[in-house]
Ligand binder design. Structure first.
Ligand SMILES: [Fe+2]
Length: 471
């Protein structure tokens, strides 16, 4: 195999690994909690072959890393998502698919690409309806065996799902109901969107189609007890641009932000579209409503990072901050107020999942001590810290790993404990040793540092999202 191209997203921390392995018993430093039992799955891009076209790191083949905790012992296993794209490239012995522009694909594979339902399955991994599902922005869920990580193929909810499923869904901890949506549901770069509700057992109970104000990349959404919010922000998609050789996805701030708010138990006919200043959010931490007032926390960028303007120029560096949005639905013409509740950089937020959609206090996210410059073009600093935030006071407790990258944390509640009491897990990459550690913190004492580390003997490359499945 030839060398990885000189692309910052294929070098260093981001360089793919070329093997699948099983490590049954990792070396543990510190005291690994014996009451932490279950598996932490992570999913991220790990291309099988060096790309021939320009690479965007949202488009590498998915690889799942599973860390299983069992009475103080920790095992590690990694497997590729063997999607149809993966199998085609494996047979052909190289990279044949383009990054973000499907029209740049090898012409012999164009029809396949335009009808592909699986994509690269690289963005999220969730557990719902007793299924481990790998999710990507514009494709159907891809199922994996939770024990062996064997690829099981597309999951379409017993034939009920006809559209894609985005990478982020919301699960109501009280009922087990999962809500999710798709966008570009009437074809690439269209305004079609669809909302879906799935019961605890995995049956689709409701699907509703509606139109977005413009075709945009809508990465995440918010669900509260009484409302569903679709924040449409001006990272737009355009087939005309794609066909003209311009950026198919681009930052178009003049379109502004439009937040669709609909009643949780209603239909999109009742959707209210609220205009706001342009901004971009990949990830929302949580949201709740009280007396018709919706409050939510968002990791807000000034503009979409990693994407160009319409003319192809890259947008300048931008760092996300934790921001609180408040919308009073009692107003006849509701607006959104947005205010920063932190200034340290905040991405990949998580909460105690038992408090999803409800009033809550505790959140954790990746942050930066801003002391280590980033080797990638769209960041000032590497994300090397974990923060805990009390959203009721804005108080932040932080731990920095120094010359290391952190990933999206995971909160695991202790049995029967109050909100926020338990463990926070985080997979870090140490640039000095070129190895990764699975770190475990006491969730409400982050600044004390990890209480235990399970050591992987090699680098686990960048990953986006993960899930915890209790034993
Ligand atoms: Fe995401």
């Amino acid at each position: 195999m030839k060398a990885w191209p000189d692309n910052p997203f294929l070098q260093g921390y981001y360089e793919p690994i070329t093997f699948e392995a099983t490590a049954p018993d990792l070396v543990v430093e510190g005291e690994m909690p014996k009451d932490l039992n279950g598996t932490f799955y992570r999913n991220g891009p790990n291309p099988q072959f060096p790309p021939e076209n320009e690479y965007h790191f949202f488009t590498g083949d998915g690889m799942v890393h599973a860390f299983t905790f069992d009475g103080g012992r920790v095992s590690h296993m990694n497997r590729w998502a063997r999607t149809q794209r993966f199998e085609i490239e494996k047979r052909l012995g190289g990279s044949y698919f383009s990054g973000l522009n499907p029209l740049e694909t090898d012409p012999r594979l164009l029809e396949f690409v335009l009808n592909d339902k699986q994509g690269v399955a690289n963005t999220n991994v969730i557990w719902h309806g007793d299924r481990l599902l790998l999710l990507t922005e514009g494709f159907m869920p891809f199922q994996m065996d939770p024990k062996t990580l064997e690829s099981l193929g597309t999951w379409d909810f017993y034939g009920k799902l006809k559209t894609s499923m985005t990478a982020h869904s919301r699960i109501d901890p009280r009922t087990g109901e999962m809500l999710f949506y798709s966008y570009w549901s009437s074809g690439p770069f269209t305004t079609g969107m669809e909302l879906h509700k799935v019961s605890r057992e995995g049956f689709v109970t409701e699907s509703h189609a509606f139109e977005a104000p413009y075709a945009a990349m809508v990465h995440d959404f918010v669900v509260t007890d009484n409302y569903i919010l679709f924040p449409v922000m001006p990272l737009t998609g355009s087939m005309d641009r794609a066909m003209a050789g311009q950026p198919p996805l681009a930052w178009e701030p003049e379109k502004g932000t439009r937040i669709g708010v609909m009643p949780r138990n209603g239909t999109p006919d009742a959707m209210v579209w609220i205009a706001a200043d342009p901004c971009y959010v990949f990830h929302f931490m949580n949201g709740h409503d009280k007396g018709g007032v919706i409050t939510l926390e968002a990791c807000e960028f000034e503009h979409a990072p990693l994407f160009p303007f319409v003319n192809g120029d890259m947008t300048p560096v931008t760092n996300p901050n934790m921001s609180q949005w408040v919308i009073d639905m009692n107003d006849s013409n509701p607006s959104v107020s947005m205010r920063a509740i932190g200034d340290r950089g905040a991405e990949f937020p998580v909460i105690d999942p038992r408090f999803a959609m409800q009033e809550y206090r505790h959140g954790w996210y990746t942050s930066s001590d801003r002391k280590v410059p980033a080797p990638i073009p769209d960041s000032d600093f590497i994300y090397n810290a974990i923060d805990h935030i009390d959203v009721t006071t804005g108080e932040v407790d932080s731990y920095s790993f120094g010359n290391c990258y952190v990933t999206e944390p995971m909160f695991v509640p202790s049995e029967g404990a109050a909100e926020g009491e338990g463990y926070v897990l985080d997979l870090i990459y140490n640039r000095d040793t070129n190895t990764s550690d699975m770190c475990v913190f006491n969730s409400l004492d982050i600044s004390a540092g990890p209480v235990a580390r399970a050591k992987v003997s090699h680098r686990v490359p960048v990953s986006f999202h993960g899930t915890w499945v209790g034993a």
